[in-house]
Every structure is written in structure tokens, then in C-alpha cells.
Design a binder for this molecule. Structure first.
Ligand SMILES: C[S@@+](CC[C@H](N)C(=O)[O-])C[C@H]1O[C@@H](n2cnc3c(N)ncnc32)[C@H](O)[C@@H]1O
Length: 283
């Protein structure tokens, strides 16, 4: 199992495996308890500063098709369409919309920013459920933005579709009541991901990150084993395996927020088998 998982996906895992000694584990644990700010964010494992040796093996520097410039647009579009379909079929779009609605329940006419919207289904649902919400629907990928602008979202007077990088939000401080980033955070390496915390809580009163959970390593192995045999043939599963290996643990999320700005407060919910929910605000 070790070879099957590590060799095809991960140079990072190999490096991590070589350095995964008892001494490293002890040093990591001391780091967490004594000096959290001393965490080297660029080298932090996806499982967080206190990740176990097995957890450190279960990560990769390999990019998803969605993040690669050398991958044909129709392959990327197929991944986005499958994400849209699975979101509807398994009820995640509704579940995520409910989480967002709850987080803006006290705001009369909320201004909501969706980052990394991909297909825009979450924004569509929020426009349908909330009679006065205004949505700014964005993604870094130009063809996803073009497809969303050409859809009903482009016609909706309460929606603005724009290209935007989640780490460089083009809006004044506190312009939005809420910014939401769904199933996308794990795409970013640690230093960049930390900037999402900084930017999201600057441009919005509240930043909500919904992402894949990072299960404990033995369970993670099982999840990977179910997808791995099909990953070379199905683009959605190829990206699914990499997503799983790149998902951040709760302790990693806390370390990223702390690195971004110690005044950022994070509440974590969900995880294990459900999506991980992060609500970040500035004190
Ligand atoms: C796995 S898809 C998720 C799409 C959609 N949010 C969903 O839940 O199905 C990840 C999305 O994040 C976008 N993305 C990646 N890096 C980004 C960044 N730095 N800023 C904004 N969007 C980004 C990708 O273009 C892609 O559309």
C-alpha cells in the first residue's frame, strides 16, 4: 500500500517520508506546544505541524488538472461539470447554501462574495433562497468565469460575475458581509492559502471556507484506496485523489490563520466524513 500510494503521486511524500523520524515527530510536537509562530509555513505538512509520520506520507505536490496550464480546457470543464453534478446529486450545494444562509442570518441585505465558484451553483442557490442577497461570483479561471457569465448568472441583476484571485481580492476593506470559498482551499500551497485568510477577512466581515476533511491517516488510506484504481482514467477522480492528499487538517487550518494574522479567529466544525467548515473573523 505504501508504494502504491507514495510512488505515483508524491515527491513531497517521499521527501517527507525520508525526514519522518522519531526525532522529527518529537520536534514537531514540541513546536506545536512551545512556539506555534515558529512553524515554517512553506514546509508545514497538510496534516498540520503536529502531523503523524503516516499522515506526512499522505500528501503530494502534484497539481490537479484544474490547476495545470498544460491540460486541455475540455478536461478541466469536465471536472467542473462533474463537481456541479455531484454537488446537486449528493445535496452538497443545498448543504453549503444553508451554511452560508445561517452565517448571514443577522444581515438584512447581505453582500456575498463567492471565490473559486467554478460553475456558480452555490451562488445560484443563494440568489434563489435569499430574496435580497447580492452575489459577486468569481473564479481565477477565465473559462469558468466566461461560462458563468454566459449562464443565467450573467443575466441576474443581483449577481456580478468577475475573474478574481482569492489571494488578491479586488474590493475595499469590509466591502462584503461574507466571503465563501468552497472545495478550493486545498488547491493552494500553505503560504498562499494563508493569504486567503488574510484577504478574505479583510474584504469581508466573515470568511467561510468549506473544504474536504482530512481524516485520520488510516481512514484516509481507505478513502484513497477507493479512488486510486480509477484515477488514471477518470479526470474527476484524478483530481479527487490529489485533493484528498492536499486537504488541510484542523491544526493546519489554525496554523495558516495564525500565520496570516494572529488577530484572526477561527471556528472549525464538521470534518472526519463531512465537509470541514471554517468560519474566520478578525477580532
Ligand atoms: C474544485 S473546484 C471547486 C468549484 C466549486 N467551488 C465547487 O464547489 O464545486 C476549485 C476551483 O477553485 C478555483 N481556484 C483555484 N485557485 C484559485 C484562486 N487562487 N483564486 C480563486 N479561485 C481559485 C479553480 O479555478 C476552480 O474553479
Amino acid at each position: 500500500m505504501h508504494l502504491v500510494l507514495v510512488v505515483p503521486w508524491s515527491m513531497a511524500a517521499t521527501k517527507s517520508a525520508n525526514s519522518c523520524s522519531l526525532r522529527t515527530a518529537l520536534q514537531s510536537s514540541i513546536m506545536v506546544h512551545v512556539a506555534r509562530e515558529a512553524v515554517d509555513i512553506d514546509r508545514m505538512p497538510r496534516g498540520g505541524p503536529d502531523a503523524s509520520c503516516l499522515d506526512r506520507l499522505l500528501e503530494t505536490d502534484r497539481l490537479e488538472y484544474l490547476d495545470r496550464d498544460d491540460v486541455a480546457d475540455d478536461v478541466k470543464r469536465s471536472v467542473i461539470r462533474t463537481l456541479e453534478w455531484t454537488g446537486e446529486f449528493f445535496g452538497n450545494t443545498d448543504r453549503f447554501a444553508k451554511i452560508v444562509m445561517d452565517e448571514v442570518a443577522d444581515v438584512a441585505d447581505p453582500r456575498i462574495l463567492e471565490l473559486g465558484a467554478g460553475h456558480g451553483s452555490l451562488s445560484r442557490k443563494l440568489l434563489e433562497w435569499h430574496p435580497t442577497a447580492e452575489l459577486t461570483v468569481t473564479d481565477i479561471d477565465a473559462s469558468s468565469v466566461a461560462a458563468m457569465a454566459a449562464s443565467d448568472l450573467g443575466e441576474d441583476p443581483r449577481a456580478t460575475v468577475r475573474q478574481m484571485d482569492a489571494v488578491a481580492i479586488d474590493a475595499p476593506d469590509r466591502h462584503f458581509d461574507l466571503a465563501v470559498f468552497v472545495l478550493s482551499f486545498h488547491h493552494l500551497p500553505p503560504a498562499t492559502a494563508a493569504r486567503v485568510f488574510a484577504e478574505g477577512t479583510r474584504a469581508a466581515d466573515k470568511l467561510v471556507i468549506l473544504d474536504l476533511p482530512r481524516p485520520p491517516a488510516p481512514l484516509h488510506l481507505v478513502r484513497l484506496a477507493t479512488m486510486l484504481p480509477f484515477a488514471p482514467f477518470v479526470p474527476f477522480l484524478h483530481d479527487g485523489v490529489i485533493s484528498s492528499l492536499r486537504a488541510y487538517s484542523p491544526s493546519a487550518l489554525r496554523a495558516l490563520a495564525e500565520h496570516a494574522d494572529p488577530t484572526i479567529e477561527v471556528q472549525l466544525r464538521g470534518g472526519l466524513l463531512n465537509p470541514q467548515i471554517v468560519v474566520a473573523t478578525r477580532r
